[in-house]
Design a protein around this ligand. Structure first.
Ligand code: TYM
Length: 347
């Protein structure tokens, strides 16, 4: 049966809430820190925040059962080390809250195959091998929409690579509200992407995103790198033979310069232009050591705090258990309402 298409979309009027997640798959890097974790720590002062460790997303590709729980503790430790305060924000593993999988199924029946087939991240991850990928990897963005909307989250801090997934979440929310004649039931979540760390690029190639899956460890700064390694990676980062220019427009066509300036800007709080003004006319021989010092200054304390949490897994587990309870208390009633809206027996 076709659905009425003249339903006015009435804006969501519920409270504002932040939701975001990180996969427990391998070491976190500077891109994850600047694109996500740093924003989490900043936002917790002004919003109700829910930060998830998305282990259900992680298993869309093979994860060793012997290490998955530790990988989850590692991301929790990174959240805490980056300054997320469990007294202010909820931190929990996705698999502990059943609302995620339940709502994902309902959304599977709302989302269209055509929408998913346009997702560029699946294409990138599967390459020429799409047929051999798990159905979960294809369906990944629907679960992501369920993550966000199980909490009726209104804002989602992420890096730029998640923009398309967020658009899909909005489409799903809108279609659900429309199809079930439930205007404003789900908010249309807004991505919070802006800022100098929204797209941190590889240190070996300024046109490629910094990524866990890059075979070269020199392409990224890991949250587990010690001070020496961080400094070395920055000093050896790919650059060009030019000088630091005076204006932003002169950075065009110099992707490595752009990336290093934007990392400097993220660490220092200066704008890109202010960084250029500070180093104008200097070569990379001056700029890179300065950036190396600044990177160590910022990242080293985070690594030290993270190692502290990793050495105290019981403390981390307590935080996760409490977070799981608090998260379920928010999401369960929302999904119960969804059951009613869909019209299930007994709902
Ligand atoms: P994941 O685990 O791949 O990445 C975690 C976060 O790090 C950001 N990020 C970057 N930011 C800037 N520069 C980079 N080079 C860079 N690389 C990664 C990502 O944008 C992300 O914010 N699908 C999500 C996890 C997820 C999620 C959610 C996020 C699952 N459910 C619900 C928000 C809301 C992901 O793959 O993250």
């Amino acid at each position: 049966m076709s659905k009425p298409n003249n339903q006015k979309i009435i804006d969501y009027t519920g409270p504002e809430r932040i939701f975001s997640g990180v996969q427990p798959t391998g070491d976190l890097h500077l891109g994850n820190y600047l694109g996500a974790l740093k924003k989490f720590a900043d936002l917790q002062h002004d919003y109700e925040c829910v930060f998830c460790i998305v282990d259900l997303h992680a298993i869309t590709v093979w994860q060793d059962p012997k290490t998955l729980a530790d990988q989850t503790r590692q991301i929790a430790s990174a959240y805490l080390a980056a300054g997320v305060d469990p007294k202010k924000a909820i931190i929990y593993p996705q698999s502990t809250v059943l609302a995620h999988t339940e709502l994902a199924w309902y959304f599977n029946c709302v989302a269209r195959v055509g929408w998913l087939s346009r997702m560029t991240q699946f294409k990138e991850k599967s390459g020429k091998n799409a047929e051999a990928m798990s159905v979960g990897l294809y369906d990944y963005p629907v679960l992501q929409a369920a993550d966000i909307l199980a909490f009726k989250a209104t804002h989602v801090p992420v890096g730029e690579d998640q923009k398309q997934h967020l658009e899909l979440s909005r489409d799903i929310a809108q279609k659900f509200n429309h199809d079930f004649n439930a205007p404003g039931f789900f908010p249309l979540p807004e991505p919070l992407i802006k800022g100098p760390g929204a797209r941190v690029m590889s240190l070996r190639d300024g046109t490629k995103k910094m990524s866990k899956s890059d075979p070269s460890d020199k392409s990224r700064i890991n949250l587990t790198d010690d001070a020496d390694t961080i400094a070395k990676k920055i000093r050896k980062a790919k650059s060009d033979a030019g000088e630091i220019p005076a204006t932003l427009s002169e950075m065009e066509g110099r992707p490595e310069l752009k990336n290093l300036v934007s990392i400097y800007s993220a660490f220092s709080g200066l704008s890109d232009q202010e960084v250029l003004t500070k180093y104008e006319g200097k070569g990379f021989g001056v700029f890179k050591p300065a950036l190396a010092d600044l990177s160590v200054e910022t990242m080293h304390p985070i690594t030290a705090r993270m190692n502290n949490f990793l050495a105290n897994p019981d403390e981390v587990d307590k935080i996760l258990a409490k977070g799981a309870e608090d998260a379920a208390n928010i999401a369960a009633p929302i999904v119960a309402e969804v059951r009613k809206i869909i019209g299930f027996w007994g709902a």
